[in-house]
Design a binder for this molecule. Structure first.
Ligand code: G6P
Length: 481
């Protein structure tokens, strides 16, 4: 690999997870599985193109592994102990930050020992990157699990160019300020030369918090540090390998599988689809209720319509996720019991994760894709659906609280908290004139194809590596702070 000469990388990505998870079966056999979530979907094609090293956790506790090559990627595992998985990953990352950054949909918990573990693990990631990166290398830190890494890494390696990208929303100030360690998080991020967010509002929010809480001077998207450095904060809406998804969707195997899926559902008139990690931010309950109600009201017939909901298992040891699973199991059972008929279950619920080919077949099989998060940084499933609809048919129902809503403007927009509004949008999408859906899909496809993952990575990395303005000018921003 050209960027890995002498064992040191000139391009390094650091994320909590590696693109593959080490899975140990009960009989002891070890296999590697694609890691869950949008971050991996987005970054994998970038790394494939650029080369370099990917530093991350391999998904199993208490195991130290050597760096290895997997499917053309150079992977550098970082070990986590069972206690760190509990305190840093399930605890501070997913019991504190995740709910706090997603509008406190679930109550965040604040525990000092979780914070201590977060600091310790962030330090380990920073030290690993410091050993792997070549002099002057570009290091790109990803997501909420690693917000302290930029400053920790800069202390170890001031020669590096450091970028940070937050894949999830950045919370409103009122919520962020609940965090007992708010200042440390802000100072951790300002170690980067460039801090990227999904939406412009998040970047502005961050800059304002740095000014108010840390006391640095700022001007527009720039933060001026006392040591003469400046940090840029800006929005870079993430995307997918649109071409790759379209190619996959066009393969005869996927096409045949899509037909087979529709047949096994009883060849209904309307197939609606949801694909999400099983997460309380995704609005699963609201969407299933809305669907159940339009059948109960008689607006659509149970013989005509099926909702396929795939819920990928996620963070299963975290309490809120356990509760959610039981909740959704019960709700699906109740709706199918209430409005189903013999041989006609309105909801087909699958608690499983599937390979990309099967996802593409599901996208091809669905007339209406239903993406209704209560809050979501971007939501790449919405973009994947659009990319797979190469014949410009199908309809997308999209929550206005997904980052993707800012770009996919021709979707049927919903407020997922408004069940009646959601029922109306589902009906509108189901019954729309196919020409209307085609007009909408064409516009969305053009956007996704023009703004694909390469576009995202290039925009971020060009800004990260652009030469900084002279320092003196920046210390005296026009009009003060
Ligand atoms: C989201 C986050 C990622 C995370 C993924 C899967 O997409 O932004 O950082 O990796 O969810 O969650 P998990 O906890 O399984 O890594």
């Amino acid at each position: 690999m050209s960027t890995m000469a002498a064992g040191l990388a000139e391009f390094v990505v650091i994320a909590n997870r590696l693109p593959v998870d080490r899975f140990i079966a009960p009989d002891g056999t070890v296999t590697w599985r694609t890691s869950p979530g949008g971050l991996v979907t987005a970054l994998e094609p970038v790394m494939r193109r650029k080369g370099g090293a990917w530093i991350g956790w391999h998904g199993a506790p208490d195991e130290k592994l050597k760096p290895f090559e997997h499917d053309g990627l150079h992977l550098v595992p970082v070990p986590l102990s069972a206690q760190e998985v509990e305190e840093y990953y399930e605890g501070f990352s997913n019991g504190t930050l995740w709910p706090l950054y997603h509008d406190v949909i679930a109550p965040p918990e604040f525990h000092r020992e979780w914070w201590d573990s977060y600091v310790q693990v962030n330090q380990r990631f920073a030290e690993k990157a410091a050993r792997v990166a070549r002099r002057g290398a570009v290091v790109w830190v990803q997501d909420y699990q690693l917000q302290l890494v930029p400053t920790m890494l800069r202390e170890l390696r001031p020669d590096l160019r450091i970028g940070f990208f937050l894949h999830i929303p950045f919370p409103p100030r009122e919520l962020f300020q609940q965090l007992p360690w708010r200042r440390q998080i802000l100072e951790g991020l300002t170690g980067a030369d460039l801090v990227g967010f999904q939406l412009p509002g998040a970047a502005q929010n961050f800059v304002r918090l740095v000014r108010e809480r840390v006391g640095h001077k700022t001007h527009r998207g720039l933060i001026y540090l006392p040591d003469g450095r400046s940090v840029k904060a800006s929005a870079y809406p993430i995307s997918i390998d649109a071409h790759g998804f379209e190619q996959l969707a066009r393969t005869p195997g996927v096409d045949a599988r899509a037909k087979e899926i529709r047949e096994s559902l009883g060849s209904p008139k309307h197939v609606l689809l949801g694909i999400d990690r099983l997460d309380y931010t995704k609005g699963l309950r609201q969407r299933l209720r809305a669907f159940g109600e339009i059948i109960r009201d008689g607006s659509i017939d149970v013989d005509d319509s099926v909702f396929v909901q795939v819920a990928t298992p996620s963070r299963e040891r975290v309490d809120q996720y356990r509760l959610l699973r039981d909740d959704i199991d019960r709700l699906v059972g109740r709706i199918n019991g209430d409005v189903g008929r013999i041989g006609q279950q309105p909801i087909t619920y699958l608690h499983a994760s599937y390979p990309r080919e099967e996802m593409a077949a599901l996208y091809r099989a669905a007339d209406v894709m239903v993406v209704t998060p209560l809050r979501d940084g971007m939501n790449l499933v919405a973009k994947e659906y659009v990319a797979c609809r190469y014949d410009d048919n199908g309809a997308l129902v999209l929550s206005e609280f997904a980052g993707a809503a800012a770009e996919l403007r021709q979707a049927y927009r919903v407020n997922p908290y408004d069940i009646n509004g959601m029922k109306a949008a589902l009906l509108e999408a189901i019954t729309a004139d196919p020409r209307e859906n085609s007009r909408r899909m064409k516009a969305m496809r053009k956007h996704v194809v023009d703004h694909d993952i390469d576009h995202w990575a290039t925009a971020f990395l060009d800004d990260l590596t652009a030469p900084s303005e002279p320092h003196d000018k920046k210390m005296r921003p026009p009009g003060g702070s």
